[in-house]
Design a protein around this ligand. Structure first.
Ligand SMILES: *Cc1c(COP(=O)(O)O)cnc(C)c1O
Length: 381
């Protein structure tokens, strides 16, 4: 069994009867025919589809989820000495992009049920230097944007959703990436909507911010060889956009399958008495970018499962505030402990374990995974 099976997806049939593999081949062939490898028509076509799907006016397709975050922060004017409030329990890119701009990530501990930034601790982290709030919708379910946006509004602060893992999920009927000032996502191959290389996107309802993010992603160029601001090379490749256009045709069905498979995994694990299954907050759906449980004796449990042929992974073993690259980066935890240890996130980082998850897990796979996990937990914990 594979942790994420990216091959079986290629055999799936699209509405017109072609396999995904065939659709991708013809999309790639079209790009090779027209030859516009940078800023070709597929990039704009992808942006239209994604904006309509998410339900916001503007989508700017980017070269990666990391570039999407960096460019969103740049567009909001985040720079040296500013503070950006975020979560310590995420992939490095969340805080790395803040630090890269000379700003300071200020960490707020997570909610024990959802693993997302705990809004009840957010206000205490806001200072006169705070420039933005950057919650992550971890493992596939949105952070609590109702509560976070209310606090942000009181303080006149913009909110960026790092939706790298939650593309396709909903909160009270609205899609992830439409829930705040800017939403960013990633199309890294193993993400819910994955390309065959690096790509990402920014979403916003604000036309001015959209223009700014587009400009920054193209070297701050306002017309050919005339640059009005310092930018980066952060736009999507035409070929990657073409591949994503083909894969997007399967996406709605895959989001449904993820919802169904996530619920089935939880029901089966709970029947074995395992209670640390993912917990959805009211109004939320999840796309289960990761299906994550907690165990007491993680190393032994993982080793046992590996022997049974069940791969597992840990997202994430080290908190962002403890990463050598980011540690000592200013007063990062004035609202956490002095030592910058957020206790809920710390406990999670020592206990979480992600199981195989993708939209094409069969019923037999589900039986095998859940039975092996139950065995492993009773043997090792
Ligand atoms: C994957 C990921 C990113 C970075 O996306 P890339 O496309 O790999 O640059 C950022 N934040 C989170 C939470 C992620 O999971």
């Amino acid at each position: 069994m594979q942790f994420i099976d990216l091959k079986v997806q290629q055999e799936q049939l699209l509405a017109d009867g072609r396999s995904l593999r065939e659709a991708i081949n013809s999309r790639i062939a079209r790009v090779l025919d027209h030859g516009q490898y940078i800023l070709g028509p597929e990039a704009a076509e992808l942006e239209q589809h994604l904006a309509a799907y998410v339900g916001v006016e503007h989508c700017i397709a980017m070269a990666s989820g990391t570039d999407a975050l960096l460019i969103a922060l740049m567009a909001l004017g985040v720079g040296a000495g500013d503070e950006v409030v975020t979560t310590p329990f995420s992939f490095i890119a969340t805080a790395e992009t803040i630090a890269l701009l000379g700003a300071v990530p200020v960490y707020v501990d997570i909610d024990a049920n959802t693993y997302n930034l705990d809004p009840s601790q957010l206000e205490a982290a806001i200072t006169p230097r705070t420039k933005a709030i950057l919650p992550v919708s971890l493992y596939g379910q949105p952070a609590d944007f109702v509560a976070i946006n209310a606090i942000a509004e009181r303080h006149g602060l913009p909110v960026i959703e790092d939706g790298a893992q939650s593309f396709g999920a909903q909160q009270y009927g609205r899609r992830s990436c439409s829930l705040s000032t800017i939403g960013t996502t990633s199309f890294f191959p193993s993400k819910p909507l994955g390309g065959y290389g690096d790509a990402g996107a920014c979403f916003t309802a604000d036309a001015e911010l959209a223009e700014k993010m587009r400009r920054i992603s193209r070297h701050g160029q306002s017309r050919r060889y005339f640059h009005t601001e310092v930018g980066v090379n952060g736009r999507i490749d035409t070929l990657q956009a073409a591949i994503l256009l083909a894969k997007f045709e399967l996406f709605e069905a895959e989001v449904e399958a993820r919802d169904r498979i996530g619920a089935a995994l939880s029901a089966r694990l709970q029947a074995f008495g395992i209670s640390s299954t993912p917990k959805l907050a009211p109004g939320n759906t999840s796309v289960y970018a990761q299906y994550t449980v907690q165990v007491d004796n993680r190393a032994a449990t993982q080793a046992y499962l590996k022997e049974q042929g069940i791969p597992t992974a840990v997202h994430y073993p080290t908190l962002l505030c403890q990463q050598p690259a980011l540690a000592g980066q200013g007063p990062c935890a004035r609202h956490c402990h002095q030592s910058c240890s957020c206790p809920v996130a710390q406990a999670a980082s020592e206990r979480v374990m992600s199981l195989p998850m993708h939209p094409y897990l069969s019923d037999e796979d589900l039986v095998e995974i859940t039975k092996s996990v139950a065995d492993a937990i009773s043997q090792c914990n």
